[in-house]
Every structure is written in C-alpha cells, then in structure tokens.
Design a protein around this ligand. Structure first.
Ligand SMILES: [Zn+2]
Ligand SMILES: [Zn+2]
Length: 439
C-alpha cells in the first residue's frame, strides 16, 4: 500500500435532476456509495474522504461566457460538483493524497465556452473550471485531460481548442453512431494548438482489448511526450457493456486496468447510466486501481454477458486509427506551422451548436488572432433561439500571458461591437486579470 492515502470526494446532488425519471439522477452515485461502504473502502487507512467545497460563480466565469450570466443558468449543485473536482485536485497538490477521484454530479464535459443552457446533461464544465482554478491559484501550466466517457467530450474540446498547453485526448464511440455526433480525427485544435486535441472515435462494440491497444500504443506514449504538470481523467463509465445509452463492451476490469495504467492525478466522474449493473463495480475498480490496491476481485455478477474478443474488422480499424494519430502527433510542429501560415493573421470558424436538454439552437462565429507573441485573443459572436425567445452576445476572450497588443485589440473589438449594438450582451473575459467584465 502507498504511504499516503487516496482521496475521495463524493457528491450525489440529491436536489438536482433533469427530470425524476431521467438517467442522470442521484441513484447513479448512491449504488456506488453502497458498494464502497459494503467493501469497507472508507474504513481502510489507504482511503481518505473529503467533503466537496462550493466553487464560486467567479470560478465558472473564468471559463465560461454565460448568456445572460452563468448564475441564472445553474444551481448550487453545479457549484458543489465543480467545487468537488477542485477539492480533489487540491488534496493532491497539497501532498495529502497520492491521487484522487471526485465522484460528483452534475457532469460537465459537454458544456462549452459559451453557455446558453444545458446540453448532454451538462451546464458548466467541471473539469475546465477546476483546471483554470488550478492555473490561477497554483503553479500549474501544462495540463492533460483524458476523457474516457463513451461520448465525445465536445465541451472540454471546445474550451481548450486554442490552448497548446492543454492536451485533450478523448476516446469515444464513433460520433456517426452516438451523441453528440462529433469527435472525429480532423478535430485536432486550431492552428497554433494543432495536435493538442486528439480524438479517437472507436467502433460500437469495442472491447477491453481494443481500448487497451489504444491506451498502450497512443495515449500513454503521447502523455509521456507531452510531460504535463497534472493528468486529469474525465471518467465516464458509459463504455460499459451494460450501459443503456451506448453500445460499447468495456468491463469493470477493463476500466480498472485503464485507471492503473493511466495514473491520472485526479479523476472526475462524468457519465455512466447502468446504475446497478455497472457503476458500483466500475467505480470501485477505479478507486482500488488508483489507490494502488488489489482490484482483481471486482467483477460484475453478469460478466458472462460481456462480449469477448474484438471483431477482426474493428481490430484492423483501431490499428489504422492509432497509426494515423501517432503520425499526426509526431508531425504536429510542422503541421501547426503550415496551418498558421495558411490561415494568416486570423483563424475563423462558424458553426451551429444544439442544446438537447434545453431545446436551444445556437449559431456562433469565432475569430482567433494568430499572434506570434501570445496565444492570441478570441472573439465570439453568439445567437441562440429557444423557449426563452432569442438571446445574443459578443465576447472578447483575453488569454493568460497575453501580449500588450492582443489585450488592446481584444478590448477594442468588444468596445466596437458594443458601439455597433448588434447584440444584447457584451463581455470581456480577461484571464490575465482574472475578470469577467460586462460592457
Ligand atoms: Zn457519457
Ligand atoms: Zn498577442
């Protein structure tokens, strides 16, 4: 056993659900809690439990542009969930525990930079709020986030898409067959951050064998190359063979071995909707593996149902996918330089974003300054239509370690937009000054 204990934060959010019968409800964590208590995990000296703290609205504002404001879109449960992730990370950084797992909800990985409502059960991105909190309050620079949920972590990808200091790796069931329909290999980061977003769309039915091939041959070597100050695992358990919302074939042992190899400093719970048949076993296996304890006995009662052996076609596809992504990783510096040269001074993107839970259609136009001296300022113009009618906003986002010219031009862009008056709300999100300013 490790000399230092393992940290556990638990927050089932009794008063938060999308609807009483919705799969994202408190029982998700209560069965896990029962299993943890039954196994006596909380009684052994190797595991220490922490109460989650309450994150502040300011912590969410550091990451998100909430329209009209983040406070009116969330409940206290969201702030405790994000606060639980922060608590888990700070216990590690303080040296009190070796690693930690925040078993919290509501989840966060589908929440993007701009927030008009709830999508994929997520309103604020709890991992991103934690990461930017750590950058603000601790000497954390390079961050790796490995998203092991069955759904593409499109929100986390969006928030860090222009940030070369955040490596985001997501494996998930192929977006052609599952919500949110994104996460393809060509989503690799904007020009200056090209290669630091890595998507691994896996075929439905992928088993432990395919998953561990991806882990051993791509994810672990890339992490070693990147040398992050901290590794975060967005730990979704919905790749499990019994999950009702997806079609993968991973077992509790497959997840536990993944946790053992990944050696994440902090795991933060995301999805997982097989409440009785999977979650208690998968979570217990992950806790034991992360704590350096024996997890070999954690086996689902219905394990005979688990599909075995990768289909030959899936095996060939996964090998090719890994080879392709490995090639991109090796060539990322050259590819990034070429993409910057091709884009010129500004990179632009227009897209539509759908909020399935809130019934909102958003249209966004982003303009990113490709600055040779800093990460460059970003402007986002957003328009959304839903039950509330119509909302619009314009935001200028000033990155950390911004150059004087980008700070000035970013602020000027927001002021000019306000003067033109085409939107309802105007923001300057200044990470350098740690301020979200409303104009
Ligand atoms: Zn999920
Ligand atoms: Zn600049």
């Amino acid at each position: 056993m490790n000399a230092k204990p393992f940290g556990l934060v638990f927050f089932p959010a009794f008063d938060w659900a999308i609807s009483p019968t919705h799969p994202e409800r408190e029982e998700r964590l209560l069965y896990t809690r029962d299993q943890i208590v039954e196994e006596g995990l909380l009684d052994i000296p190797g595991i220490r439990e922490y109460k989650p703290r309450l994150a502040l609205t300011k912590d969410a504002d550091r990451v998100h542009i909430g329209v009209p404001d983040i406070a009116s879109l969330i409940t206290d449960a969201h702030l405790v969930s994000a606060g639980g992730a922060i608590t888990a990370a700070e216990a590690v950084l303080a040296g009190e525990v070796t690693r930690s797992f925040a078993l919290v909800r509501p989840p966060g990985h589908h929440a993007m930079r701009v927030v008009h409502g709830t999508r994929g059960f997520c309103t604020i991105n709890i991992e991103a709020v934690m990461v930017e909190y750590l950058r603000q309050h601790h000497s954390i620079g390079r961050v790796a986030i490995v998203d092991t949920d069955v759904h593409h972590g499109d929100g986390t990808q969006d928030i860090f898409y222009h940030d070369p200091d955040t490596l985001f790796i997501s494996f998930h069931q192929d977006g052609r067959t599952l919500y949110p329909g994104s996460g393809f290999t060509d989503e690799a980061g904007s020009p200056k951050a090209l290669g630091t977003t890595i998507n691994l769309p896996l075929p439905p039915g992928t088993t432990d064998e395919g998953l561990h091939y991806v882990l051993d041959n791509l994810i672990l070597p890339v992490l070693e190359d990147f040398r992050p100050d901290i590794i975060i695992n967005s730990a979704g358990q919905d790749n499990h063979y019994s999950d009702p919302l997806a079609n993968m074939a991973i077992t509790a042992q497959g997840y536990a071995r993944l946790a053992e190899k990944l050696k994440a400093d902090v795991a933060v719970l995301e999805g997982g909707y097989s409440i009785e048949d999977a979650l208690p076993y998968v979570n217990t296996g992950i806790i034991l593996a992360m704590a350096g304890l024996d997890y070999s006995k954690v086996v689902e009662p219905d394990i005979a149902r688990a599909p075995r052996g990768e289909a030959e076609s899936a095996r060939a596809y996964i090998r090719q996918l890994v080879a392709q992504q490995h090639g991109l990783w090796k060539e990322r510096t050259r590819l990034s330089r070429e993409a910057v040269a091709k884009a010129g001074d500004f990179w632009q993107r227009r897209r539509g974003i759908y909020y399935d839970d809130s019934g909102i259609h958003e249209h966004q136009a982003e303009v990113l300054r490709l600055c040779p001296d800093c990460q460059g300022y970003l402007t986002v113009a957003t328009e959304a239509e839903g039950r509330f009618g119509f909302k619009s906003a314009f935001a200028a986002c000033i990155p950390r370690q911004v150059c004087p010219r980008c700070r000035r031009e970013g602020r000027d862009a927001a002021m000019a937009a306000k003067k033109a008056g085409k939107h309802q709300h105007y923001f300057i999100q200044d990470r350098e000054q740690d301020l979200l300013e409303r104009l």
